[in-house]
Design a protein. Structure first.
Length: 94
């Protein structure tokens, strides 16, 4: 059951962001990450400086282009730099 008393509400920025100076957001365009639950129009919250784990989704610079990728799918034969790690997704319903 939901209780909507003001005491029970949360600040989204406080809830989603641990390291404000290292955190930024991106707007997802396209459906390339839909199998990972990230849809066209989602707001992707990412943090620089986090050490990516094998199962993380990251912002990677691949051949001079920024892309969202699963860390496990990055290929060693490409010029790849991990820029940030996805820490949250925000989806607007209306």
């Amino acid at each position: 059951m939901l209780n909507v008393d003001s005491e029970d509400t949360i600040d989204l920025e406080e809830y989603l962001i641990e390291n404000r100076p290292a955190t930024f957001s991106l707007l997802m365009k396209g459906n390339a990450m839909q199998d990972e639950g990230i849809l066209d129009g989602d707001l992707v919250i990412v943090e620089r400086g986090k050490t990516p784990k094998q199962r993380d989704i990251v912002v990677a610079e691949i051949d001079e282009e920024y892309q969202l990728k699963k860390m496990s799918s990055l290929k060693s034969n490409q010029k790849t730099t991990v820029v940030a790690v996805v820490v949250a997704i925000v989806r607007k319903y209306r």
